[in-house]
Design a protein around this ligand. Structure first.
Ligand code: N7H
Length: 491
């Protein structure tokens, strides 16, 4: 089944980015078909759409720019989105489930081998509720923590009235100032995102426009013979149909990957301190070699405005680095750094989006883009904390990233990036090593830093990111939720 164009009143709003500082992920189970269906019927009108979120974000930007205020109080919103797991769809009695892709038909914990959730990240070590069968997730996102609580009370009323079970919840919060927008290792996050053709506008020069079908079900994808390639600037709804590959009720839905990723901040920091001094590099530059950006968000890559800047020089890491200009921050493609002398080929942002590197090349890279919509969780790191020694992190230590991403194929999006790029020593080239931030699948993994006038550095990595849980969901369209609630989506 194919949709004719982007109906922004159908697609759930977090695809265009809630951008909220406070978010709650509430995990649910449907004890019976009737209760699950009644719950969906009760909440469907509360689900925020892309049309609403986009309109709100435009007003927010306008007010914030004119009033020169980064956080304009009068413009606040609380949004709700919903995801249903494959097991949840089974309980609801959804039809044509055999058309759903294989990797979605089993819980994330049964994909542990494929995605590298082993040892401390193994599902047997996951925290509650991730060892239970989760049928649905509610995402409540707000500018104001009190409004978030109010919406939670409202949702819990529906939960108890319809007899649905609450398995648990996880709260995410942006870090307090001056660290807002930065993840717990200290790096600015949420910079590089693909632009969704016909849905979002490029936030910055250099960002690729990717067809809606790479993120939303039922629309033509890149390379689809039914659409021009490379993509035109504007979405053209007049396109021949694509072969029916998803159930009709799933059109305009998107697959949502949720992962609770613990970060060992003390362990990461002490590794950087030790290794930087051995390599005779500043800690700022050394950290940037692993991530691909300095903590400020500036890329470790010469862009137009920084062509003459040595990326290893201390001024490159400074907050006033010229590549922090909006037009420079995401405007690079590695074509001038094939050897990884500026940014190692295995640095986190290069592994996860190799852009126009000679291998695999821009076109192939663009078939594996994801919309990242994560948020930090847990308390602030306190100086003097010791590195995590294994087992269950204590409450005061349990912090990290609630990783959330959307795509039209989990196999081609999240799973591909994680298993074929990040967890491969030989990608993009033999000997480059593993992603130093997210490769949890191997102890003492290797990571190579090539250098201009020095010998290349070969590191043995520790694991600083540990999976504590996760699940795969479908984020259905508004009509999809209605169909599932009404039994119209029956087989
Ligand atoms: Fe990553 N980090 O702080 O080091 N990530 N990431 N990530 N990540 C990015 O451009 C981080 C994770 C991607 O287009 C930045 O927004 C941490 C997973 C992709 O240039 C920083 C964790 C996956 C990009 C981090 C984590 C990805 C990206 C730079 C786990 C996918 C965009 C800021 C705790 C499987 C690359 C930015 C591009 C960027 C960090 C997880 C993917 C700072 C700490 C699991 C595609």
């Amino acid at each position: 089944m194919e949709a004719s164009g982007p109906d922004l009143n159908q697609i759930q709003g977090n695809l265009s980015g809630f951008n909220k500082d406070h978010q709650r992920f509430l995990f649910l189970s449907f004890p019976r078909q009737e209760s699950g269906r009644a719950f969906l019927a009760a909440v469907v009108d509360d689900i925020a759409t892309c049309a609403e979120v986009r309109a709100f974000n435009d007003v927010y930007r306008l007010v914030s720019q004119r009033r020169k205020c980064p956080d304009p109080k009068p413009v606040e919103a609380t949004w709700l989105n919903l995801g249903v797991s494959f097991k949840g769809l089974e309980v609801l009695g959804a039809g044509d489930l055999e058309k759903m892709p294989e990797e979605f038909r089993i819980p994330m914990r049964d994909r542990a081998t494929e995605i590298g959730d082993v040892d401390a990240s193994a599902p047997a070590m996951w925290s509650p509720p991730f060892q239970s069968d989760i049928h649905a997730v509610l995402i409540i996102a707000s500018d104001d923590p009190d409004d978030l609580e109010e919406e939670s009370v409202h949702m819990r009323r529906h939960i108890s009235e319809t007899g649905v079970g609450e398995l648990g919840f996880v709260d995410g919060n942006d870090r307090p100032e001056p660290n807002g927008g930065h993840e717990h290792f200290g790096f600015k996050d949420g910079i590089s995102q693909p632009t969704i053709e016909g849905v979002t506008s490029p936030a910055r020069p250099g960002e690729n426009v990717i067809p809606l079908g790479e993120f939303v079900l039922g629309h033509p994808k890149l390379g689809d013979p039914s659409r021009p390639d490379p993509p035109p600037d504007a979405y053209s709804p007049v396109q021949p149909p694509v072969p029916p590959d998803v159930p009709a009720w799933a059109v305009n839905g998107s697959f949502l990957v949720f992962r609770k990723l613990f970060q060992d901040v003390a362990g990461f920091q002490s590794f950087v301190t030790q290794q930087a001094s051995g390599a005779n590099m500043s800690e700022d530059v050394f950290g940037a070699k692993m991530v691909g950006r300095y903590k400020s968000g500036a890329p470790l890559q010469r862009t137009g405005g920084t062509a003459d800047l040595d990326p290893e020089a201390p001024e490159a890491a400074a907050e006033n680095n010229p590549s922090l200009k909006p037009e420079e921050i995401d405007n690079f493609d590695y074509s001038g750094d094939q050897d990884g002398l500026d940014m190692p080929r295995a640095a986190h942002i290069r592994k996860s989006n190799p852009r126009a590197s000679s291998f695999p090349g821009q076109e192939e890279t663009n078939r594996h883009r994801i919309l990242r919509r994560g948020i930090q969780y847990g308390p602030e790191f306190q100086p003097g904390e010791t590195p995590y020694g294994g087992g269950t992190p204590t409450d005061g230590q349990d912090r990290g990233l609630l990783f959330v991403c959307y795509q039209s194929s989990i196999a081609n999006g999240f799973e591909f990036i994680q298993s074929q790029w990040m967890n491969q020593d030989g990608f993009p080239q033999a000997g480059d090593g593993r992603d130093p931030i997210t490769s949890q699948d191997q102890d003492k993994a290797k990571f190579k830093i090539p250098r201009r006038e020095h010998e290349e550095i070969h590191l043995e990595l520790t694991r600083w990111v540990i999976t504590r849980g996760g699940e795969y969901f479908l984020s259905p369209s508004i009509d999809g939720v209605r169909a599932l609630a009404g039994g119209v989506a029956d087989g």
